[in-house]
Design a binder for this molecule. Structure first.
Ligand SMILES: Nc1ncnc2c1ncn2[C@@H]1O[C@H](COP(=O)(O)OP(=O)(O)OP(=O)(O)O)[C@@H](O)[C@H]1O
Length: 482
C-alpha cells in the first residue's frame, strides 16, 4: 500500500516561523497557520502498473500534484481583491469582483479590437458560484439585437471552448461597459503567458572540480512537439464544432486561448467580437476562413516563440525555423492554415490531415478519464470513512447519558468503545501511543465493508477480551447509531 509521500512536501514552505508565532500569540490578531495536507492517505484499488498514479500522464499530473493543484485552485477561488480598487459592490446579480489581471500604471494594456478589456472573477448571487466577467470598457450598445449571438454561444458546450453564460451592459464602472460572463477556470493562463512571455533565467546546479556551482541559465522557449500537436488537435476540434453550427470563432489568439489544466486548452472570449461588430455585414464563409488563418498564426507564434511570426518580413525565416525545430507535418499544418491550403480550405480538410494525431489525443483523453476515475475511487473511500468517523463521534464518550440504557457503554456499545481503542489507542511496548495511519485506514475500511475477519478487543484493564468480527462491530455501530 502506498500512503504518505514525503517527497510531495519537499517544496512545501511552511507559512510561519516560531518568531511570527510567538508574536502572534502575544499580540491579538489571529494567524492562519497552514498545515501541510496528507495528500496521499488513500488505499489504491488498482495496481499502479495498470493505472499509473505516480507518473505524469499527458493530461493528468501524478496523484500528489493533482491534489495540490486542486487545493490551490480552491484557495484561488476563495481569495479576495486587494483593498482600494473601487470596484462595484454589485453588478447585475454578481458580487465580490476580483480583477484577474494586474492593473495600474506601468502595466501594458493590449486592446481587444478598438477597446480595452478587463477580466474579473465574480460570484453570482443566484448560485454562489464563481464566473469570469470580461468587461469591454466604453462600449455603447446601439441595438439590443447585437446580443443575439450570445444566445447561440450560451447554448454551445464544448471541452475546447470556455462556456458563455450571458451578456449585459452596465454603468456600474462609471462608463458604458459591455460585460460577457463566462465559466471560470481558476489559475488558468493565456498561452502567451504560459509560453511566449519572456521568462527570467533560472539557476542550474553543476559540479566542477568536485564543487557545486550555480549558473544562471536562460529557460528553453521551445514548446515540445507533442504539446504543439495536442494544442492543434484541441483547437481544431473546437473550431469544427463552431463551424458545424455555421458560426465562426472570430478570436483565436495566444492571448485568448487559455491553458486551464495540464496540456488542456480552451478558447476564451467567444461571442464578444460578434457583439462588438454586430453592425458590420459579415460573410460567414469568409469569417470561417479567417478563423483558420488566425489558427495558423497561432501555430506560427507558438512554434517560433514570437507573436507576429507569421507576418512579413520574417515569414520565410520563421517557416524555416519551424522546419528546423519541428517535423514536416507541423510545418505543413501551419502552411495549410495560414492560407496556402487555398481559398476554400476548411476544418474537415485539416482534421483529415492530422488524423493520426487526433487518435493519439483520443487515447490520452481516455487514459485521463481512467486516471481520474481511479483518483475518484480514493475520494469515495475518503467520504465513506468520514461518515464512519462521524458515527463514532456521535456514539463514543457520552458521560451525560451514562444512566440511559440506550446510550451507556454497556452491551453493544461497549464493543464499539473497545473497537475505538483498538483503532486509535494502540500502544507500543514502551507504552507510547502508536500513530499508525495505515492501521487506522485498514481497520476502518474493513469495518465499512463488515468483513468476517475476527479481531481481539482487549479492555483497558486487560481483564477482559472479546473476539468479534468486523461484521458484528458494524452491526453494533449501526444499531447504536440508529
Ligand atoms: N474564463 C476565465 N477563467 C479564468 N481566468 C480567465 C478567464 N478568462 C480570462 N482569464 C484570465 O484573465 C486574465 C486576463 O485575460 P485577458 O484575455 O485580458 O489576457 P491578457 O493577457 O491580459 O490580454 P489583454 O492584454 O488582451 O487584456 C488572464 O490571466 C486569463 O488567464
Amino acid at each position: 500500500m502506498q500512503y504518505y509521500d514525503e517527497q510531495a512536501y519537499q517544496h512545501y514552505q511552511p507559512e510561519y516561523d516560531q518568531n511570527a508565532l510567538d508574536a502572534a500569540y502575544y499580540t491579538a490578531p489571529p494567524v492562519f497557520i497552514r498545515q501541510p495536507l496528507n495528500y496521499h492517505l488513500y488505499t489504491p484499488t488498482t495496481h499502479p502498473d495498470f493505472v499509473p498514479a505516480e507518473t505524469n500522464t499527458h493530461f493528468v499530473p501524478p496523484s500528489s500534484e493533482l491534489r495540490q493543484l486542486l487545493q490551490v485552485r480552491s484557495e484561488t477561488i476563495h481569495s479576495i481583491a486587494p483593498a482600494g480598487l473601487k470596484l462595484p459592490e454589485e453588478l447585475q446579480g454578481y458580487h465580490t469582483l476580483v480583477p484577474l489581471e494586474p492593473s495600474g500604471t506601468g502595466v501594458e494594456r493590449r486592446k481587444f479590437g478598438n477597446w480595452y478589456s478587463t477580466v474579473y472573477r465574480a460570484i453570482r448571487s443566484s448560485d454562489g458560484l464563481p464566473y469570469a466577467l470580461r468587461r469591454i470598457e466604453n462600449f455603447r450598445l446601439t441595438r439590443q439585437a447585437a446580443f443575439a449571438p450570445i444566445e447561440v454561444w450560451s447554448s454551445l458546450r464544448h471541452p475546447g471552448i470556455i462556456s458563455v453564460r450571458e451578456a449585459f451592459t452596465t454603468r456600474s464602472f462609471d462608463d458604458n461597459s459591455l460585460v460577457v460572463v463566462y465559466a471560470y477556470h481558476p489559475n488558468s493562463q493565456t498561452l502567451f503567458d504560459a509560453h511566449l512571455k519572456p521568462k527570467p533565467p533560472t539557476y542550474q546546479s553543476r559540479y566542477q572540480h568536485g564543487r557545486q556551482q550555480l549558473l544562471l541559465q536562460a529557460q528553453s522557449t521551445v514548446i515540445p512537439e507533442r504539446t504543439i500537436w495536442s494544442y492543434i488537435v484541441q483547437i481544431a476540434c473546437a473550431v469544427k464544432k463552431v463551424h458545424d453550427l455555421s458560426q465562426a470563432v472570430r478570436m483565436i489568439d495566444v492571448s485568448k486561448v487559455l491553458l486551464t489544466g495540464q496540456n488542456r486548452i480552451r478558447i476564451s472570449s467567444c461571442g464578444i467580437v460578434d457583439v462588438l461588430m454586430h453592425d458590420a455585414v459579415q460573410d460567414m464563409m469568409l469569417l470561417q476562413q479567417e478563423d483558420l488563418t488566425m489558427f495558423g498564426r497561432l501555430v506560427f507564434a507558438l512554434c517560433c516563440n514570437n507573436v507576429s511570426a507569421a507576418s512579413p518580413p520574417h515569414f520565410q525565416k520563421n517557416l524555416e525555423l519551424i522546419g528546423r525545430l519541428y517535423s514536416a507535418d507541423v510545418k505543413n499544418v501551419a502552411l495549410f492554415l495560414i492560407g496556402k491550403g487555398g481559398p476554400h480550405r476548411n476544418i474537415d480538410q485539416l482534421l483529415d490531415m492530422i488524423r493520426g494525431k487526433v487518435i493519439q489525443e483520443q487515447e490520452e483523453a481516455l487514459g485521463a478519464t481512467d486516471r481520474l476515475e481511479h483518483e475518484l475511487q480514493s475520494e469515495l473511500e475518503n467520504a465513506r470513512l468520514v461518515r464512519l468517523l462521524c458515527k463514532f463521534g456521535f456514539i463514543n464518550e457520552r458521560p451525560e447519558f451514562a444512566r440511559e440504557p440506550r446510550w451507556s457503554e454497556t452491551g453493544d456499545r461497549y464493543i464499539i468503545k473497545l473497537f475505538r481503542d483498538y483503532v486509535f489507542h494502540q500502544m507500543d511496548e514502551q507504552g507510547n501511543p502508536v500513530l499508525n495511519m495505515s492501521h487506522v485506514l485498514t481497520c476502518l475500511n474493513k469495518l465499512d465493508v463488515g468483513t468476517d475477519e475476527r479481531i481481539m478487543l482487549v479492555a483497558r484493564d486487560e481483564q477482559n477480551c472479546l473476539v468479534v468480527s468486523y461484521k458484528e462491530i458494524k452491526a453494533c455501530i449501526d444499531g447504536a447509531f440508529t
